[in-house]
Design a protein around this ligand. Sequence first.
Ligand SMILES: [Cu+2]
Length: 218
Amino acid sequence: MRKSYVIAATLISTLTVTTAWADVWPQNVNGVTNMKHIAVSLDGSNVVATPNLDDSPLELINFDESHFSPADVLDGKAYNDQYGWIYEGFTIPDAGDAIWIELESQSSGMETFEGGMRPMKASHTYDPIFGTDGSDNAWRFDRMMTHNWYAVTDPGEYSATYNIYVGDESTGDANLAFNPTSVTLTWTHVPEPASALLLSLGAIVGLRRRNLSARTMG
Ligand SMILES: [Cu+2]
């Protein structure tokens, strides 16, 4: 009997250590190459945005890991980094202007932190954007591929709609010579039983316990 408790304690402490040290940067959800790009371009005076909505709503997953600062803003949250803004085409805004992406509306409980190229997680700022923690709703897109981190705490269905426009590179004031466009992105957070792993450990301990008592009996 006592032996099985020792086994259980060892397994659980191993699990705790593994969880704390497993992966100090957040994970690229569903694999680093599985990206869903929103291609932005200029067509004359029109801003054009074409989102890849394959597999949407995308999964927000809580890996239960403790991350290095500044990525620890994702601790305890379910997140996804598959959507990425990319710039296409040869026409770019004139000097002094930039492409801006402004949050129009989103589900409550949705947070966003600034990312970058997916494999370069250690170089991302993880700054709150799109209204998160009182940040501006408008975020300047510098036309480099950027995979931001979308995060939630509670299970549910989430969506966010963005207005994409040309505006002053410093102030974000819209340049009315260009017609903006908008895209809506969607996510889902299906609750996963947090105790699933502990339950399976319990099953292992249970089996060992039965073996021990069988031996005692035999
Ligand atoms: Cu990408």
